[in-house]
Design a protein around this ligand. Sequence first.
Ligand code: FES
Length: 157
Amino acid sequence: MAFEFTTENKRRFDEILTRYPVKRAAMLPALWLVQHQAGWISHEAMEYVGKLLDLSPAKVYEVATFYTMFNLKPVGKYHFQVCRTLPCQLVGAESVTEHLQKKLGVKLGETSADGRYTLTEVECLGSCGTGPMLQLNDDYHENLTSEKLDALIASLK
Ligand code: FES
């Protein structure tokens, strides 16, 4: 499906461009804007960004696939990203993932059939002193326990 920025996001994109000496330097914020608008970055969106930045879709693809923070397939309304890097692993990251799999009824790397939850594991999110931790959509949740996870899930509308 063709992708285009909304009028508001096109205005934001134009404003982003003014901050960089060359267009291609705006690739990461442009991809963020796509993800913010659509929830993920499709091939069509990569082509669109490439056109706006005078770059080939392959160049955009290279960058979008390098960073795990970009979703390359649709994600659920609530995207749980559990940090699995060593410091978090040592304080129970694995049990966080297990608990979420059970409570959300979704396997690691998958989205629930109703499109509500996606569960993934990611590398260090820079909050190593407060593990185990996860990112839920745009927010961090730290020092996780089973009770905290249950309360978090219960708070979701
Ligand atoms: S190791 Fe988990 S946030 Fe850094």
